[in-house]
Design a protein. Sequence first.
Lengths: 347, 278, 280
Amino acid sequence: MARVEIKNVTKSFGATEVLKGLDIDISHGEFVALLGASGCGKSTLLRCIAGLEDLGGGDIRFGNKSVINIAPSKRGAAMVFQSYALYPHKTVAENMGFALRIDGTPKPEIERKVGEAAKILGITPLLNKRPRQLSGGQRQRVAIGRAIVRAPEVFLFDEPLSNLDAELRARMRVELTRLHRRLDATMIYVTHDQVEAMTMADRIVVMEGGHIQQIGTPDDVYARPANIYVAQFIGTPKMNVFKLSSYLHLQKQLPSAVANGGIPHTIGIRPEDIREDASGALKIGATLELSESLGRERLYHGSTVAGDELTIASHKEMSLQVGQPTTVSFNRGQVHMFDEKGIRLDF
Amino acid sequence: MLPVQHRHETWVFRGLLTIFVFFLLMPILWMLSTSFKAPEEVFLKVPTIIPEEPTLRNYMRALTETRILTYLYNGLIVSMTNAALTTVLAALAAYGFAKFRFKGRKSLMFLMISAQMFPYAVLLISLYPFMQRTGLFDTRSGLILAYLVFAMPASIYILFSYIVNLPDELIEAARMDGADEWLILRELILPLLTPGLITVFLYSFMWSWNDLLYSLTLISSETKRTVGPGLLLTFLGEMEQDWGAAMAGSVIVSLPIILAFTFLQRFFVQGLTAGAVK
Amino acid sequence: MALTLPALCLFVLFIFYPFLRSFGLAFFESTLFNPDPVWVGLQNFHDLIQDPTFHRTWTTTLIYVLVTTLLTVMLGFFWALILNQAFTGRTIVRTVTILPWILPSTVTAFLWAWIFNGQFGLLNAVLKGAGVIDQAIIWLATPSGAFVAVVIAKVWLSTPVAMSFILAGLQSVSSEEVDAAMMDGCGAGSIIRHVIVPHIFPTLVIVFVLQAMANLQQIDTILAMTRGGPARATTVLSIEVYQKAFQEWNMGLASAIGVAWFFTIAIPAAVYLHSVFKRV
């Protein structure tokens, strides 16, 4: 059983505290994405889980057993590195079988396991090649294959798709999801790409500045962001935010306090929830300055009467007068409210 | 690359190219030419560029009438051993410096690399009595150890640059795979370091093969002499008379280093310049 | 740490210890007749300062180092510029012209001694043939002639070294920058001055410093060509130390010269080591 518990983990590099007391409970077979901008501590956390970094404090447990004093290779975890870290002078088969060889596994068994993993990943014809003869996507598969061969209970991925081009990345996302279903192993996946996190993960851990901002399912973090940071981090283009004090007429239409006593301070509306006409209940005067076509939808950029930036995403072709004052609107159900500290408030 | 478009620029370029090639190669060609000339031809008032009657007599004389074969043998033993020793020790030290953080790491490395600026002749003043006391004087082993100062500091730095540029992730991957430090060094670092090791081997081989000063001072018996002093002391007295044989001898002792260089020159130049420029 | 231990042991035994001992010996009198060192304090240094021939050695050394180093770096730079161009046979030219670098120093000395030979040397034959001189010059027997000869021999052997380092630097100059300068109407000359030299200036400095250090150390070719003569015209510090120590067996005085010499090398060495350790 590979439940992974991260308990009050801290870590500092010199005077800089990079992990500030993190708690995550990952159940067996779950796919969890650690999502955040660079420098948020997600990779450090992953390396702590792998055992490549020592903890400053706290505990990491695999299936009820603390692993912090266990060598990386003995934890039952395998890691896929961002640069793939394939051994350049070894063949694909030797790369994949290296850990087993060190472990003293008999040769025929190594060959069988490597063969099986290669079959799963469709890289059997490559087994005798060397990494430099492979394309980026093939190297990626070998790196995953090297992890699979060890049959670990926990897979650790460190931004594994970031060196691939867009099309390949989309394909590998699907394959990784399929692999996860097939292997029944716990996967922890570090990424700065919200699309990867949203599409593959069972749960997303949004990190920022060494803190966890939110843990939730992809739908959860998108529909119910815990704070303004998450709200603006998840979703492209990012959520519009308005300070209520600049829009007194909206303040009157929204509750002045919610059930738990929180006072709405800021509201956020996603670009796709804004209508480019006055048909919604809540209205704001705005000027749109330019439009971009993405093919499937159009983005309009402009500013509100109070001078806040405004982005609207629309599937319709608008008969919009660029530069002319207009009114845009949205409904109450589409408004996210946050208090003075940026914490989400529910109606 | 510079733009060379106009006709006069092309001519200037070709002219400069020719002058440089002439300056760098003429002495060597002249050595070859002289080495194939009969004595009468060597001493013509107006020298011939190409030997009119090429002969191998100078080579025969150099090989049979001098101890040049002994010098070659000694030179090979001393240079190979020194190169091997330097390469192994420098690789270990460089790996230690590059991938481990220990106290005094920087100052120790600084001290070792700065050893290349110690004046060699000054070192010799104390090495000489030291070798005599320890019985290493006039032995090949003594010479091999004394040669460490030539190539070792630069070698440590060259290999250090190589290892530092190996991605940490590679070593971490091996650690995740369960490899211990020795296995990482043996299976990962050393194979990946091969070009650097060849560079360093060649570099230290060149230093010991080409040395004159140390061998001249620390070896006294003719049977242990290496090529530098061997050549000098053989032809010094009679140089005025026998330039043909001196040039033939020069060609012979240059051959091993030229051969090594021909096969491995790719490693040599790239390896040596990679660390210094960037 | 343990990995560096074998190297460290040999360093201490064969480099650091003898070096420090030589340093200390500068404060003793130790000669062939008095092999047991006697403490004399600063006497050796005092003798040196008083000694006009030592002043001469100093001047000779500085001129030798400066002239040789400047010539080497300049020739290396232009040679590297030439080899950075595309032309047929470039690889073979680049490979073959490395040869001066790798030949044994005795061979280098022989080559040039033969070319500068007064009676049958190539140089005299060429100069006479061209009508520049009518009488053969006995180069190695005249002070200035011998000096020119040892300088040329060293420049010849180091030009490929300097070229290799500078060429590596040149190859890191982005071709886009050169293209941009061309679009701005620069010719070859102004591209060299305004794009290439500023770009590889750090490399040029390093090469200069490395060469200056090497030239301060240079002894083999001079020893084999002139033995410091004639009339001490080619006696540089290294030759002086060697002769004081191993011909006159005056170890104390030789060490004192060595100390002065060391501090001279230390200046370029400090520049070099500083640049090395920026990257550690």
